[in-house]
Design a protein around this ligand. Structure first.
Ligand code: AMP
Ligand code: MG
Ligand code: MG
Length: 353
């Protein structure tokens, strides 16, 4: 039986610890999942578990912030941060997925998984019952656990999280079958957090499957007579500005997080997400792409080509991101951006000598 927890700083010793730890915790549900005897398709099982896990990760993100000890470290510089919330939420998500699906390939953004430091109460062992009721589109219904790759961004919008722009933060769990992003969960831990209503529910989770639909979020289309473009607020480049100058949108929304920007498309606040930079990674786009596509929008690279999401692909989205709320608007944005601009995207973060 294979073990596949992949992450940026993945070590053999942590995998060994992980395997040893998990051997003590094999439940009946897990045995069913391992032997494939559950009657739900693998995609639906993993999605149902991911929904429950994303909620727990959101609790962790809120708790770390409330305690005020963010433990910020710079990964590759001041614009690439990691906090205790990124680390703990990722531990929760990876440990829970591994515990429930030992054969699942999971690629997480942050650090190595050291199961010996994951407390039992951080491991989610159940799944969302409503997701288990979904009918899996036929195309994916016979995919096995081994054919899936899960892309995890435990906290998208870290920079904004450290600055207190809490509604920019999302937890992203995307699921690919083969190379295609087909399902995903987005949890927004601080949705409604400014509400004054007593007992208001803070945070929300929604999910989607291409060919089935989106659940937990109602699609709102942006105005058809306006071009509202959303893009980065903290990773801008000259090329991002060039694209805005060419597109001449009626308004520009500079906000944090790939998940948050795609959410603006889904809720009708923006028409397009334009990011001609190789800064986003597969864990930023897998869940948003799957859910946006399931809703009738489209996310691709800046040329209009789809990204691949099998576990062997390069993590960086070298050719940028272009997403539209309406599938049918997408080609217009591809056509407006000149070839000379598109060709510069992959080299646009390289330091000039
Ligand atoms: P943003 O729109 O700037 O919030 O970026 C969306 C996602 O891509 C976040 O997870 C960022 O951390 C990541 N990202 C974008 N550009 C960069 C960059 N230049 N360096 C590191 N991460 C980036
Ligand atoms: Mg991210
Ligand atoms: Mg992140």
């Amino acid at each position: 039986m294979g073990l596949y927890i992949l992450s940026r700083h993945f070590s053999k010793s942590s995998i060994f610890q992980c395997l040893r730890y998990c051997q003590f915790r094999v439940t009946k549900t897990q045995l069913n999942k391992m032997s494939g005897s559950s009657h739900h398709p693998a995609l639906i099982q993993v999605l149902a578990s991911s929904v429950a896990i994303a909620d727990k990760a959101g609790d962790i993100v809120r708790n770390v912030f409330a305690q005020g000890k963010l433990g910020i470290v710079e990964k590759e510089g001041p614009n690439d941060l990691q906090t205790q919330a990124d680390r703990s939420a990722q531990d929760c998500i990876l440990a829970s997925l591994f515990t429930q699906f030992p054969n699942l390939k999971v690629v997480g953004e942050e650090g190595e998984l050291d199961m010996s430091s994951v407390k039992d109460e951080m491991i989610v062992k159940d799944s969302d019952p409503k997701v288990l009721e979904l009918t899996c589109p036929q195309e994916w219904s016979s995919a096995s656990i081994e054919q899936l790759t899960v892309w995890v961004d435990p906290l998208d919008g870290t920079k904004e999280y450290t600055q207190g722009l809490l509604d920019h933060v999302t937890v992203l769990i995307g699921i690919a079958v083969g190379s295609e992003a087909v399902a995903g969960v987005i949890h927004q831990p601080y949705y409604n957090y400014k509400s004054q209503e007593p007992g208001a529910q803070i945070g929300r989770t929604f999910y989607g499957v291409v060919g089935s639909g989106v659940y937990g979020l109602t699609r709102v289309l942006p105005p058809s007579d306006k071009k509202i473009v959303t893009t980065t607020r903290s990773h801008g480049t000259g090329l991002v500005q060039d694209a805005l100058d060419i597109l001449k949108p009626d308004s520009v929304l500079k906000v944090g997080g790939a998940g948050h920007k795609v959410l603006l498309l889904m809720e009708g606040e923006a028409s397009a997400y334009v990011f001609p930079s190789p800064g986003c990674k597969k864990w930023d786009t897998c869940a948003p792409e799957a859910i946006l596509n399931a809703m009738g929008g489209l996310l691709t690279d800046i040329h209009g080509a789809k990204y691949q999401y099998n576990s062997a692909v390069q993590h960086q989205n070298m050719e940028g991101v272009l997403a539209t709320a309406r599938f049918e608007d997408h080609q217009w944005y591809v056509d407006q951006l000149p070839q000379t601009l598109k060709e510069q995207v992959k080299n646009s973060l390289k330091k000039k000598k």
